[in-house]
Design a protein around this ligand. Structure first.
Ligand code: ADP
Ligand code: ADP
Ligand code: SF4
Ligand code: SF4
Length: 595
């Protein structure tokens, strides 16, 4: 069967000569596979029954607006929802079980949020029938005799209640007013306020006003609020964004602890978190924005490993044409190149700011080098960079040279720009799109922003916004780049694409990039060396000199008291349960990050 999707935002019939309709061989033979239609406000619609999937319209469209994909015929009986004619199509649903946490893993735009909306009753699925209104009765009819029947029956008869933590927490923050503790007290339907406060370590910001919270504090507040509500089903869309590694593990524990006996579904792109939190995994595969298909249920380990391998054994399905590789390299291409000079160096530095003080050990960075900064939030990473580029002066210690320029991607990405993606990039660096074909190819196209150039920034998804902000930071020619958590809201594949773009630009411009990210796999992938920040957040920080990856990771994990092993089949890092045999063994050997 065929799925034909038209991105109507990109389609501009007044600017293209309507080549899609004119060149279609079915149309030319006198039949109709594609035509302009009032139903689509004068834009084309494709009739999937007559279209032969030749792909000519896809190639002819100058705005990349059409996607046509062949999917196996047996998907047809699993159609769950279609967003309008030539809209995204979802096949299959994950099967929730009480007291078993379901992890949902898959790339962006394949329907994860749609699934959470269906399972929480916010969206009634239409099973691809666009002629008639979808109703709960039709859904029950459809699932009669199936595992999901009793779930939907209870849901629609209001016998079960659902709490849904949405992905993009910036939207919630605008609606909340007041102090964290007071707000949470109001929603504490389960009488678990103290437990939530302590499991999520919320003491330090309990009395803060919500408008002043950092990203991580806001995330914990919103997850905490969900856990305090009395419900039978808890759905979490990307709960780990903005949290540091230790906080992610604490969050996983808190969710496990506080949802015993309930239905729980968690969407997340951090494989370490999903591994720790889920009892079973469903993988969502397909083509972003076109279609998504839910896999069978796998055990957590097999599910994650199959995803990494790009192949689902139980359904004999290849879902990616490559494998994700995990490896730790202590020697990078910079180390073996002879033509690399030093770009900057700093002496041991100290800085006192009101109630916060920072000590940074001496170090240097080479042209084109990427230095990963690991450490909790509020420990002085940004303060260090601001000293490097001369925005603030250290109390002691000297940096050489002075006057370096900085380009910065902040942690939190807020869509506070009125114009389009094109205008946003042009204001970051004038004429960058028209004068630099290299930037267009290496950044704009790779990050798939070329299809969004005329979209309004405020309508972008979290992942699209993140890619735009990374691209805008890369558009500026600077000596020093700082990327603060470029991986939040991105799927596993997009994280690697973004990492690669950062690396290319840094090497090409012989700049230095400092990368703050809590996804350890990203540092495995692009950081040349690691600086470890430790101490007491908000009070005192200590930064190490740049270290090799293995030394840096080991020091970092030792500092936060976690050990990681490597999965025997894929090499992916897995957090050991504290006190387990491997955890104790690795601690004894001082091997916190197993190689
Ligand atoms: P994910 O959570 O995996 O990123 P979503 O479920 O948010 O995916 O979206 C899947 C696809 O459905 C996207 O291409 C999105 O553009 C499309 N989509 C989502 N909501 C709507 C809607 N209300 N109308 C039309 N298309 C939608
Ligand atoms: P990180 O980047 O690791 O999250 P920062 O360097 O931004 O940490 O901040 C470290 C600490 O320094 C925080 O407690 C922050 O509130 C404090 N701080 C940052 N800038 C200033 C300043 N200009 N005056 C006083 N305190 C500051
Ligand atoms: Fe023009 Fe492409 Fe729209 Fe067809 S799909 S009308 S070629 S913009
Ligand atoms: Fe026509 Fe081919 Fe496009 Fe189908 S894929 S609408 S047959 S041009």
């Amino acid at each position: 069967m065929r799925v034909a999707v038209i991105a109507y935002d990109s389609c501009k019939p007044d600017k293209c000569g309507i080549e899609c309709v004119r060149f279609c061989p079915i149309n030319r033979s006198g039949s109709k596979a594609i035509e302009l239609s009032q139903e689509a406000s004068g834009k084309p619609v494709i009739y999937e029954e007559t279209c032969i999937g030749c792909g000519i319209c896809v190639k002819k469209c100058p705005f990349d607006a059409i996607s046509i994909v062949n999917v196996p015929d047996n998907f047809e009986k699993e159609v769950i929802h279609r967003y309008g004619i030539n809209g995204f199509e979802l096949f299959g649903l994950p099967i929730l079980k009480r007291d078993n946490i379901m992890g949902l893993l898959g790339k962006n735009g394949t329907g994860k949020t749609t699934i959470l909306k269906i399972l929480s009753g916010e969206l009634i699925p239409n099973f691809g029938d666009l002629e008639h209104e979808p109703t709960p009765e039709k859904v029950l009819q459809r699932f009669k005799g199936k595992e999901l029947y009793s779930y939907f029956s209870d849901l629609y008869n209001k016998k079960i209640k659902v709490v849904h933590k949405i992905q993009y927490i910036e939207y919630v923050s605008k609606l909340l007013k007041g102090e964290v503790g007071g707000l949470l007290k109001k929603v504490d339907e389960r009488g678990k306020l103290d437990e939530v406060k302590s499991l999520l370590y919320m003491d330090s910001f309990w009395n803060k006003d919500v408008s002043t919270l950092s990203g991580g504090e806001l995330q914990k507040t919103i997850v905490g609020a969900a856990l305090l509500r009395s419900a039978d089903v808890y759905a979490f869309d990307e709960p780990s964004s903005y949290l540091d590694v230790r906080e992610r593990i604490n969050l996983a524990k808190a969710i496990r602890e506080l949802t015993k006996g309930k239905y729980v579904i968690v969407v997340d792109h951090d494989l370490i978190v999903l591994d720790y939190i889920a009892d079973m995994i469903s993988i969502l595969y397909g083509e972003g924005g076109v279609y998504g298909k839910v896999s069978k249920t796998y055990s957590t380990r097999v599910g994650i490993n199959s995803f990494i391998d790009g192949y689902l054994p139980a359904e004999n399905m290849r879902i990616m044409d490559y494998k994700i590789e995990f490896y730790l390299k202590d020697i990078t291409d910079l180390d073996v190149r002879k033509d690399v000079s030093e770009k900057l160096l700093w002496q041991r530095m100290t800085k006192a700011l009101d109630s916060f003080s920072l000590v940074v050990e001496e170090g240097k960075a080479r042209e084109g080098e990427i230095i990963g900064l690991l450490g909790p939030n509020g420990i002085g990473k940004t303060t260090f960079i601001r000293m490097i580029v001369g925005e603030i002066q250290p109390d002691t210690g000297v940096i050489f040279p002075q006057g370096l320029t900085l380009s910065y991607k902040p942690q939190r990405i807020v869509p506070n720009f009125e114009g389009t993606v094109r205008e946003y990039l042009e204001q970051a660096s004038k004429d960058i799109l028209s004068t630099s074909s290299w930037f267009y190819e290496e950044v704009t196209r790779r990050l798939k922003l070329h299809k969004l150039l005329d979209s309004y920034v405020k309508n972008l998804s979290g992942g699209e916004l993140q890619k735009l902000y990374v691209a805008a930071a890369l558009a500026k020619d600077a000596d020093v780049y700082l990327f603060d958590e470029p991986s939040s809201y991105l799927d596993v594949e997009e994280r690697y694409v973004v990492a690669k773009a950062i690396k290319r630009i840094t090497r090409e411009r012989k700049s230095v990039t400092f990368l703050v990210d809590h996804d350890l796999a990203i540092h495995d992938y692009i950081s040349d060396r690691i600086m470890v920040f430790s101490g007491i957040p908000g009070k005192e920080g200590h930064a190490s000199s740049p270290l090799t990856l293995s030394k840096g990771m080991n020091m970092f994990l030792k500092g936060i008291g976690l050990t990681f092993r490597r999965d025997a089949d894929t090499g992916r890092p897995r957090a050991n349960k504290i006190g387990s045999y491997l955890d104790r063994l690795q601690r004894d050997r001082n091997e916190y990050y197993s190689m």
